[in-house]
Design a protein around this ligand. Structure first.
Ligand SMILES: [Ca+2]
Ligand SMILES: [Ca+2]
Length: 1014
């Protein structure tokens, strides 16, 4: 999954985006080709995946593009002769004025009074035109018309609006048209894929049309050009999150039965069943054996056994489980993706060598089967094997030489369509020959090679796309094998799978990966049944650590039990890299139970479970956590939970994410260097789950600053004693004004910062201590952009999870992401003109290569904050700080210049700070005089701000200019000094005290009054 995860991102584009949850940080964006390498199989978030942009990479000039010609065989085939013009003149719109039935009510904002589709009124290219009927989310919509009696139907058209991205309205990916005589059994007229395709642009429109004279009738092997029926049904597929708008459906035809009008036999509405087409496989288990981190792509007997057999809690096989294994790999060691057609001949060989090595993946599968067979007393049992065929990528110009006739070129712009197609076919033939030879040479005793798997998850929209699959299927059939296919959700023109010779297809719902409502499972089942496919069951290792994913897994099982997939359908199973094994061996009963349920599902005996989520008490260091809590950032916290009313079924499970990463109960979190807001998402799950979010605010202040400095000093993270002493002096002074005098407080924070930078420049502080203290500084100075209105040129996939405000929400786990466009931007309104000199960007994986920071007071005229290099900044991974001469402006903008990845730009946080003005602190600061009349004592103390142990001179002058005291002391190990002076009559009145050290240009002056009473 590759692109399982990538379902909505159409494969042609190199720029497939996925938003994995990685081990490193929350949700870095990783190119799909790398996903499997990361080992944590992190699929795309549904929202990303559903990014319609990706389809925009396909031809957009509908009507003349290959998209049209790529239509299913039959659909575009030259039809019978058109009806005579005489007949045509008799046709009228049979739907005009008719009422009709919707499968689901439209959105309340764009309702249908029951006549809008048949009133003859078409909407303007404006979503607010009341002629439009709007639908959003949910299952494919159906509209049914009753013509009153059987009539001759020549043509049906349905008219839709597209307004994306401005209003998130897309035309349907596919519109099907059916007829019936009983409203139950429906005959298929045609499937119609969008030719406009999805993409950015001004409002546009598309009419989906079945024209019998042009298209013939798809269903039932009839060669008619008119249908004869009473009921008409139009079905349009729904995008998982965007809207679809329709204003009119016309049914052209005439009363009675005219010559050439035929009854259309009902199309089966059911899943592909296990049988000849599936080579007898009922449950096909996907094992990824490409290049993956941590050896996850290398299969051994131990990992395979709990997949092909059901093992008890001691790991002993007690029954068979998946009867088919599909070996496939996405990434080659180079990172090239086999599915995206990036891999060349050497990389194809690498996969074959790996798979068929003497102790390779295939041999391990054979050994595992033998071992289980022996345990179950069925030594002759064979596991059925399906092996992938990589995508011979249409852009490769130097694939490699398969037969001594020179390197193959697949690029039709270089060698022409026919030659490119021929060369690609040649590469596939080479692959098949290799597989056959290697298989025969290996002589696996307990395996049966029954089929090949076509790795691309949709059929290319290019003209030769379908032809290539057809050629591939012929070659596979010639070897007496079946061709398997697992298209992603919303795969373009997937309905044509049988036309291109594919034998078994399992459609991916892609619900597991997020961003979709649970009814998408039912929708996927319905679509699969309409197209005669089956479905894939999807899960991955995230269900081990995140109750939300475990609930989705259970949703798949429940749905399969409801739709009939479990009992009747052929099933493919996507498990990421290792989920089945990990569930099988888990000591956590709530996870092991999932393995048992999977086994039941495989056997068709799973019973739907919908147990509601339990309640959980969440504790921080033993104290109950409610909503938001504040904790000093010097603390180490432990988060734990207790479940109320656990029913003891073993199903209850509580999982948590801290800042978006899996968190195990009780794990200590040291908040050092993490001041600010953090999120804890706790998911309590039975079969259903509930997630509650808590906010932990790690507070920084002068005291925490001191504690951190002292700790780092104890840990020997400073090379001198002066360094920490001077920092503590600044913290002391911060403390003096904290909460009472913000301006002076900030001055000392900035002084602290300047001193810290100086220490770093002198290499007098460790990188870790520097980074942690720097975070304190930023937190205390405050991000001027925090919580301010943010806007951006685009949001990847229009996903709310990636909205611009996420960049200024203070949470390190939430982020903004743009579309995959160099010229993207994000801007913040600071509310009023503010001075600042620093911008900080916390990059996600999808960072810039180069960018600018622009400022403006009117959002019209922008200037670069950075003056060098024409304002162009070269980006770096992680948290990046940009310093510049102070500017004053109301608007700040990140302006992308060039992206560093195929993705857009993405960052977790965007900070705007004013840090200047702190470097001018005097050598002596915080000086003060304290008069204690009762004790007859004058105390003058202060701080040596550079932390050195230096001599400090004091001179006291009375109001008449007479020197009354002169003395010297040395600052101590806390960076402070103190003079204790006896109060005498000489000091009466107002006196000035002058404090100085060597090297000071001017002494520090403080003034005090002493009025001796009597
Ligand atoms: Ca209308
Ligand atoms: Ca954030």
């Amino acid at each position: 999954m590759n692109s399982k995860k990538n379902w909505g991102s159409v494969l042609i584009a190199a720029a497939l985006l996925t938003a994995p949850v990685s081990a490193v940080q929350a949700e870095p964006v990783v190119p799909s080709g790398m996903i499997e390498q990361t080992g944590d199989t992190n699929p795309v978030e549904g929202n990303d995946a559903a990014n319609p942009q990706s389809i925009a990479d396909q031809p957009t000039d509908a009507g003349q593009s290959g998209a049209n010609q790529a239509a299913g065989a039959g659909q575009q085939a030259a039809g019978p002769a058109a009806p005579s013009s005489e007949e045509q003149t008799k046709f009228r719109n049979l739907a005009a004025g008719l009422s009709y039935e919707w499968s689901e009510e439209p959105e309340a904002s764009h309702p249908d009074d029951g006549s809008k589709l048949t009133d003859g009124k078409y909407g303007e290219l404006d979503m607010n035109d009341p002629a439009w009927v709007g639908h959003v989310r949910g299952k494919a919509r159906e509209v049914v018309f009753d013509l009153g009696e059987e009539k001759s139907i020549a043509k049906i058209s349905a008219h839709f609006l597209q307004d994306y991205p401005a209003n998130s309205i897309l035309v349907p990916l596919e519109v099907s048209m059916y007829v019936s005589d009983d409203k139950e059994n429906w005959g298929l007229l045609s499937y119609n894929a969008t030719q406009l395709l999805w993409g950015d642009g001004p409002p546009r429109q598309e009419t989906f049309t079945w024209d019998g004279s042009r298209d013939g009738i798809k269903g039932g092997n009839t060669d008619g050009k008119l249908a004869y029926a009473r009921y008409v049904k139009v079905i349009f597929t729904m995008h998982p999150s965007h809207s679809e708008f329709i204003d009119e459906i016309e049914i052209m035809g005439t009363d009675g039965k005219v010559e050439g009008a035929v009854k259309v036999p009902a199309e089966p509405f059911r899943f592909l069943e296990p049988g000849e087409a599936t080579a007898g496989i009922r449950n096909l288990n996907l094992l990824y054996n490409g290049q993956y981190e941590g050896g996850l792509g290398d299969w051994n007997k131990e990992r395979i056994i709990p997949n092909i057999s059901y093992v008890d809690k001691d790991g002993i096989p007690t029954d068979w489980m998946f009867d088919g294994v599909l070996y496939l790999g996405l990434a080659a060691p180079s990172g090239h993706d086999f599915g995206l057609g990036q891999a060349n001949l050497e990389e194809w060989k690498w996969y074959l060598d790996k798979t068929f090595a003497p102790a390779g993946d295939m041999q391990q599968l054979n050994e595992a089967t033998k071992e289980v067979g022996a345990k179950l007393n069925q030594p002759d049992h064979k596991v059925k094997v399906v092996l992938m065929i990589p995508n011979p990528g249409e852009s490769l110009t130097d694939f490699g030489d398969v037969d001594g006739s020179g390197s193959l070129n697949f690029n039709e712009s270089v060698v022409g369509k026919e030659k490119a197609l021929e060369n690609r076919g040649k590469a596939v033939q080479w692959w098949l020959d290799q597989v056959r030879q290697r298989w025969q040479a290996a002589g696996y005793s307990n395996l049966e090679l029954v089929g090949m798997y076509w790795l691309p998850e949709q059929i290319d929209v290019s003209e030769t796309g379908p032809a290539l699959v057809r050629a591939v299927s012929e070659k596979v059939h010639a070897m007496n094998m079946k061709l398997f296919w697992i298209p992603h959700s919303l795969a373009y023109k997937m309905y044509m799978w049988k036309d291109v010779g594919i034998d078994a297809a399992a459609y991916q719902p892609n619900y597991f990966f997020g961003g979709m409502d649970v009814d998408r499972l039912e929708d996927a089942a319905n679509n699969a049944k309409r197209y005669g496919m089956s479905n894939e069951v999807e899960f991955d290792d995230r269900m081990l650590t995140d109750g939300v994913f475990r609930e989705r897994f259970i949703d798949y099982l429940n749905s399969g039990a409801e739709t009939g997939l479990m009992r009747n359908g052929f099933r493919a199973y996507y498990q990421g890299n290792n989920a089945v094994y990990n569930l099988a061996v888990s000591k956590d009963s709530s996870l092991r139970l999932m393995y048992d349920w999977l086994y039941q599902y495989v056997n068709g005996t799973y019973v739907i479970n919908n147990s509601p989520p339990p309640e959980a008490n969440v504790l921080v260091n033993g104290q109950k956590l409610n909503g938001e809590t504040v904790v000093p950032d010097t603390e180490t916290i432990q988060l734990t939970w207790e479940v109320k009313d656990d029913d003891g079924s073993g199903l209850t499970k509580v999982t948590a994410l801290f800042d978006g990463k899996p968190y195990a109960s009780g794990t200590p979190i040291d908040l050092t260097g993490k001041p600010g807001k953090h999120r804890l998402d706790v998911t309590a799950a039975a079969a259903k789950s509930k997630t509650t979010t808590y906010i932990i605010n790690a507070a920084a202040n002068a005291d925490t600053m001191k504690t951190h400095v002292n700790r780092f000093a104890e840990q020997k993270q400073f090379t001198t004693e002066e360094g920490p002493r001077s920092l503590l002096n600044y913290a002391d002074l911060m403390k003096r004004y904290e909460g009472t005098d913000t301006a002076r407080f900030e001055t000392y924070v900035k002084g602290f910062n300047a001193r810290l930078d100086q220490l770093a420049a002198e290499r007098a502080v460790s990188d870790a201590a520097y980074a942690a203290l720097k975070e304190e500084v930023y937190n205390l100075v405050g991000n001027l952009a925090d919580g301010k209105p943010a806007t951006s040129s685009s949001v990847e996939g229009s996903s709310a999870k990636l909205a611009p405000e996420n960049a200024v929400d203070g949470f390190p786990s939430t982020r903004w992401a743009s579309n995959y466009v160099n010229d993207s931007w994000l801007q913040i309104d600071l509310g009023e003109a503010k001075a600042f000199d620093t911008v900080r960007i916390d990059w996600e994986f999808a960072r810039a290569k180069t960018y600018k920071i622009l400022v403006s007071d009117d959002k019209q005229n922008w200037t670069s904050a950075v003056k060098d290099n024409d304002g162009v900044i070269t980006a770096h991974d992680g948290k990046e700080t940009v310093r510049f001469d102070p500017v004053k402006a109301r608007y700040v903008k990140f302006q992308g210049v060039e992206r560093n990845t195929d993705y857009g730009y993405s960052f977790y946080e965007f900070g705007v700070y004013n840090l200047g003005g702190g470097s001018e602190a005097p050598s002596i600061d915080g000086a003060r005089a304290l008069i204690d009349v009762a004790a007859g004592k004058l105390t003058i103390d202060g701080l040596v701000m550079n932390g050195s142990q230096s001599k400090v001179n004091l001179k006291i002058v009375d109001s008449k200019g007479k020197i009354r005291y002169e003395g010297q002391t040395t600052s101590n190990e806390t960076g402070s000094f103190q003079f204790a002076i006896k109060l005498t009559g000489n000091l009466k009145g107002t006196c000035d005290a002058y404090l100085s050290m060597d090297g000071m240009q001017q002494p520090v002056k403080i003034t005090f009054d002493y009025n001796k009473k009597d």
